[in-house]
Design a protein. Structure first.
Ligand SMILES: Nc1ncnc2c1ncn2[C@@H]1O[C@H](COP(=O)(O)OP(=O)(O)OP(=O)(O)O)[C@@H](O)[C@H]1O
Ligand SMILES: [Mg+2]
Length: 454
């Protein structure tokens, strides 16, 4: 049997201490109590606790200060903060200061039990997560939303059909991943999967890249060269960003798709093209057709099977599984013992707009794992890199398409500078105000506004 988890309950209200302690002991935990932060600090110095459940408002040393002090010598200790519902904001602030979770008063004991279990099981999960066990679907794609499950269901069916596929969706939603999954589940999987980025190759080169050329077809063509179509023989040709294909090449591609033959540049003989086409675009191709920028006939030829990947913000249920998947993946790759993110962080991530979709989330987790100092991913590594919080000090390069909330950004910047000044001044408001170049009164007003206690 695993050793009993140890919990320290810290609250200045005796009734709450007693209630929690009786309940948690009955649930089989090893429970100690402390009446304030200072006493709790001494307990933590004497013994290691798995979990500290601490009230935020307490005499002598408050819950957040306690958390800071304990972090210095026992960074793995999980903190669950208790707060009155009215001061939820300060609890959220404490999350940014490294707490794992918070509970609001009045609370119900079952809820506490659930949160403790969650914290403990996550802690154990990091130890037990076997390396190499990739969670998820057979295609290496992760998702639990109804939309993604539909796509997982569609992939093998699209793979066994011979028809062309058009994959649509915003940038970073996983279009290429779906294309690869289709190829590797088709009977062409032994042969090549060739990617051509229709938007990334200059128009004058695209044709010869695609079809190849004969020696002497143009200056510099010193010998025959095979193109992408040839390379994809018996395999799959992935036409990425097909919406960017110039009109002249749309005509030429249509011929290949329709007649399954092509002619290299400068050649006269026709070549057979045994190729399956999968195209992808982040444009609204039907609208491009309407606008006369994309050939309707080519559109219908490519769009036999359509797979649409919704943006991440429309399938937020996928965020937690993706976060866990990427955390494991990068922890393994970097050889770091980094575990799951706290429920609070997960809550924040689930609220993020992620205009860059899964790619953006993946990059965020990669950075966070790289920066993580303890085995639990705590808010600090995320807060430091929230782009709007971190970068907004300097003039931003642009405003994200979803827009932003200037007042909130300014508030956050103000708060960060006040915190920094207070730390530097050792808690002296007067000195902190001087450091920030504001009056004492203005400082007091701002402290009040941010709910920063003296
Ligand atoms: N469902 C998913 N599960 C796991 N990883 C995913 C998933 N969707 C996307 N990714 C990852 O996100 C990143 C972006 O995916 P991908 O390159 O397929 O997107 P895309 O739609 O082709 O983007 P773009 O339009 O910018 O080319 C990749 O690293 C991919 O592995
Ligand atoms: Mg792509």
């Amino acid at each position: 049997m695993a050793p009993r988890a140890s919990i320290l309950v810290v609250d200045d209200e005796r009734s709450i201490r007693d209630m929690l302690s009786i309940y948690l002991k009955r649930e089989g935990f090893d429970v100690s109590c402390a009446p304030d932060g200072q006493a709790a600090l001494e307990c933590c110095q004497a013994q290691k606790y798995d979990i500290v459940i601490a009230d935020i408002k307490m005499p002598r040393l408050d819950g957040i200060a306690l958390l800071h002090r304990v972090r210095e010598f026992a960074p793995e200790t999980i903190f669950i903060m208790i707060t009155a519902f009215a001061s939820l904001e300060s609890a959220r602030d404490s999350m940014r200061q490294d707490a794992w979770d918070y509970i609001t008063k009045p609370f119900d004991v079952d809820d506490i039990r659930r949160r403790i279990d969650e914290a403990l099981s996550r802690k154990i999960a990091l130890v037990e997560a076997a390396p190499g066990q990739a969670a998820g679907t057979p295609f290496g794609m992760i998702g639990s939303s109804a939309a993604m499950r539909k796509i997982f269901d569609l992939i093998p069916r699209a793979a066994s059909a011979k028809s062309n596929v058009l994959i649509t969706g915003e940038s970073g939603t996983g279009k290429e991943l779906v294309a690869r999954a289709i190829h590797y589940h088709s009977n062409r999987s032994e042969n090549a999967f060739v990617v051509i980025n229709c938007g990334g190759i200059p128009e004058n080169l695209l044709e010869s890249e695609l079809f190849g050329y004969k020696k002497g077809a143009f200056t510099g063509a010193q010998q025959d060269k095979k193109g992408f179509l040839h390379a994809a023989d018996s395999g799959t040709l992935f036409l990425d960003e097909v919406g960017d294909l110039p009109p002249a090449l749309q005509v030429k591609l249509l011929r290949v798709v329709q007649e399954r033959t092509f002619t290299p540049v400068g050649a006269t003989d026709e070549h057979k093209a045994d190729v399956r086409f999968i195209a992808a675009t982040n444009k609204d191709l039907a609208a491009e057709v309407q606008a006369g920028r994309f050939r309707e006939d080519l559109f219908y030829r490519l769009n036999v099977i359509n797979i649409h990947l919704p943006p991440l913000r429309e399938r937020r249920e996928d965020i937690p599984v993706l976060v866990e998947f990427f955390t494991r993946k990068f922890a393994r790759e970097m050889g770091k013992d980094v575990g799951p993110v706290s429920p609070f962080i997960m809550e924040c991530l689930c609220d993020c707009p992620f205009p860059g979709n899964v790619r953006e989330l993946e990059n965020l987790i990669e950075k966070s794992v790289a920066l993580a100092k303890t085995s639990i991913m705590l808010p600090d590594v995320f807060v430091e890199q929230q782009p709007d919080a971190a970068d907004a000090d300097e003039s931003p390069e642009g405003i994200p398409p979803g827009g932003l909330m200037l007042d909130e950004i300014l508030d956050r910047i103000e708060r960060r500078h006040i915190d920094a000044a207070l730390r530097q001044s050792g808690g002296s408001i007067k000195k902190a105000a001087q450091l920030l170049g504001i009056t004492f009164r203005s400082m007091r007003y701002r402290l009040q506004k941010h709910g920063i206690a003296k």
